[in-house]
Every structure is written in structure tokens, then in C-alpha cells.
Design a protein around this ligand. Structure first.
Ligand code: FE2
Length: 258
């Protein structure tokens, strides 16, 4: 007769506390003692880490108690956003084939460098300089988040890099580059718009004006990309598909004639 018991859960290596509810299963032998209702139970190392995280957060991290603190966080995120874009754009520019698209990306690259300077200026104005924002790395970044690193932008850039690594025709690649860039622009439009509104609410007129300036540049860049996509890049990508269909038909015809 075959036993129905799951060896994974019955194995003595799988320990968990059934009384306090932390049924953490862990193969790691780094077991610490956890006392619950005067009975001694064992709790896995990862479970213990999970338990102490809220206390570490309370004692190590500053609380964001007001809108100004939230604005500082947003500004720091925007700085990270611009830095990530500046790092990623040269590869996109190199990959673009359409001359008008290449030119538009090169122009926006230069604008983005100015935007990084501008957001750095805003950082100083709101007191979100690098020293005042905790940037955690390694295991702490998993616990608390990687400081003010713009994870959303990191994801969008990663997505763009993946599509650029695909085997696409030049025309379709150009269309994909526009699509990827527009996702980035829309992220920035949302982020700058939010930060601008916080600054307005806080009566920080100078900060709001600087953020508004970048917001308008991002909207313009988005409009230029839409114009390029509609006028030439997308139709060329569509024709690429039609011409490959035509060549397939021609090839099929010639194959059937031979
Ligand atoms: Fe930007």
C-alpha cells in the first residue's frame, strides 16, 4: 500500500509554528527559537526575518508623514527615472533605422540631459538631495525597497531592451522603439504631473514651474513620436508585413510552378 502522506510536509526538515500561524516551511537549517504561548516552537530563519521586518522599518526608516515628504520621494524617483533613461537611450538611438525617428530620439536625449539637471535642481529645492534619501541595496533593498529607485521605469526599460533583442525587421523594430518610448513618456507625464500638483498644493511655485516645464517637454516628445508613428513608421511596418506576404505568395507560386 502506498502512503498518501506528503514527504515534504512530514519531513523533520520542514518546521513551522502551528500556534502563532507562521507556517513557514524552510529547508534552511538556520533555525531560531520562537516562544509562543509558553511553548517552544521552531521557526525558520526566513519566518523570523518576516517577523522582525516591521520593527526594523519602524526604527531604521523615516516615516513619510506629510505631502512634502511624499513630494521629496517623488522628486527622487524622477531623478532616478531621468538617470535610467539617459543610460538606456543610446542603445535605442543606435537601433533605430528611420532617419526622422533617429533624429527625434537624439533630440530628446539632449532634452533629457537638461531634464536631469532640472530635476537635480528641484531635488535641492525640496531637500531631497542624495544624502537625505536612504538607498538600500542587497538584502535591505528586498526588505524596504531600493530607496528611491524608480522601479516602474526600470521595468519599462527592461521591457524595451527585451523587444530590441528580438529578431524584428527594421521597420517593425522602429515601430516597437516608438511604442517603448511612448510608454516611457507616459510614465514620465504621470510622474511629473503628480509631483507638479503636489508642489502647487504646497505653494512651492518655483518647484511647480520647473516640474511643469519638463512635463510639457515630455508631452511634446510624446506628440512627436505619435506623429512619426502615424505618418511613416507604422505604415512602413505594415507594408513590411504586406511585402513579406507578397514575397511568400510569389515564392509559393514559383514553387508550385517548378
Ligand atoms: Fe524625461
Amino acid at each position: 500500500m502506498v502512503s498518501s502522506a506528503n514527504p515534504a510536509t512530514t519531513s523533520p526538515m520542514w518546521k513551522g509554528c502551528n500556534i502563532c500561524g507562521y507556517k513557514i516551511q524552510c529547508r534552511i537549517k538556520m533555525i531560531c527559537k520562537h516562544y509562543c504561548m509558553s511553548q517552544q516552537h521552531t521557526l525558520s530563519f526566513s519566518g523570523m526575518f518576516f517577523l522582525i521586518t516591521p520593527f526594523l522599518k519602524t526604527f531604521i526608516m523615516d516615516k513619510m508623514n506629510d505631502l512634502k515628504a511624499l513630494l521629496r520621494h517623488c522628486v527622487q524617483e524622477l531623478y532616478s527615472t531621468e538617470e535610467q533613461i539617459i543610460e538606456a537611450m543610446p542603445a535605442m538611438i543606435a537601433k533605430a533605422e528611420n532617419p526622422s525617428l533617429k533624429q527625434a530620439l537624439e533630440q530628446h536625449f539632449r532634452v533629457t540631459e537638461k531634464q536631469r539637471e532640472r530635476i537635480d535642481q528641484v531635488r535641492q529645492m525640496v531637500g531631497a538631495s542624495e544624502e537625505s534619501v536612504t538607498n538600500y541595496t542587497g538584502i535591505l533593498s528586498n526588505l524596504f525597497g531600493a530607496g528611491a529607485k524608480a522601479k516602474g521605469m526600470e521595468g519599462l526599460i527592461d521591457e524595451g531592451q527585451k523587444i530590441m533583442a528580438e529578431n524584428l525587421s527594421a521597420e517593425v523594430m522602429d515601430a516597437a522603439i516608438i511604442g517603448g518610448n511612448q510608454k516611457i513618456e507616459h510614465y514620465e507625464i504621470a510622474a511629473y504631473g503628480t509631483a507638479r500638483t503636489y508642489a502647487q498644493q504646497l505653494g512651492m511655485t518655483d518647484v511647480a514651474q520647473l516640474l511643469q516645464q519638463t512635463l510639457e517637454e515630455e508631452k511634446r516628445a510624446d506628440d512627436i513620436l505619435t506623429g512619426l508613428a502615424v505618418a511613416s513608421v507604422n505604415p512602413q511596418a505594415e507594408m513590411g508585413n504586406m511585402s513579406s506576404t507578397t514575397s511568400n505568395v510569389t515564392s509559393a507560386t514559383s514553387n508550385s510552378m517548378s
